[in-house]
Ligand binder design. Structure first.
Ligand code: MG
Length: 167
């Protein structure tokens, strides 16, 4: 299977079947930050996102992993009360070491949820994580994401995945 292809594709974080993830023995969920749980032009997630993630914390360890800078990522993770990893340069494999060291959980028992194929999904597939793609929640992207989106369009065609056709 293509390293770019997510195992699931849903509209947003609320549409994911988390009971199914539990059945698959997923113990730790990594959330991307920008355009997955928070719009790029906002500082903090909505109340809805906060209470949703807090509920998930009863069943899963939640980690936010972002290519964005310390200040932004820390602020959000403190607000949500979860762990974080910033400036990680996805699709790098840095997160594996972090999860090994801190949680002693095998990567096959982890999931990644994110809005980008070339960072979130590629990293997850490289590490045998359970990969779930969602649509970006905001209209805007970070400037650094423009090239990724251009690449993503080509890759989506290659792997025959259409935005809006969820599975
Ligand atoms: Mg993102």
């Amino acid at each position: 299977m293509s390293k770019f292809k997510p195992l699931e594709y849903k509209k947003n974080i609320f549409d994911i079947n988390y009971d199914n993830l539990k059945k698959k023995k997923i113990k730790l969920i990594v959330f991307d930050l920008d355009n997955t749980i928070l719009e790029v032009d906002k500082d903090l997630p909505s109340e809805k996102v906060k209470s949703f993630i807090n509920k998930l914390q009863k069943d899963f360890i939640i980690v936010i992993a972002s290519n964005n800078v310390k200040e932004r990522v820390r602020k959000v993770s403190e607000y949500l009360g979860c762990d974080n990893l910033y400036s990680i340069g996805k699709p790098s494999k840095k997160i594996k070491k972090f999860i090994d060291k801190r949680y002693h959980i095998a990567m096959i028992n982890t999931a990644i949820i994110g809005d980008q194929i070339v960072t979130d999904i590629l990293m997850g597939n490289r590490l045998s994580m359970y990969t779930i793609l969602i649509d970006p929640i905001g209209e805007k992207d970070l400037k650094v994401t423009y090239l990724n989106r251009w690449l993503e369009k080509k890759i989506l065609k290659m792997i025959k995945l259409k935005r809006g056709e969820y599975y």
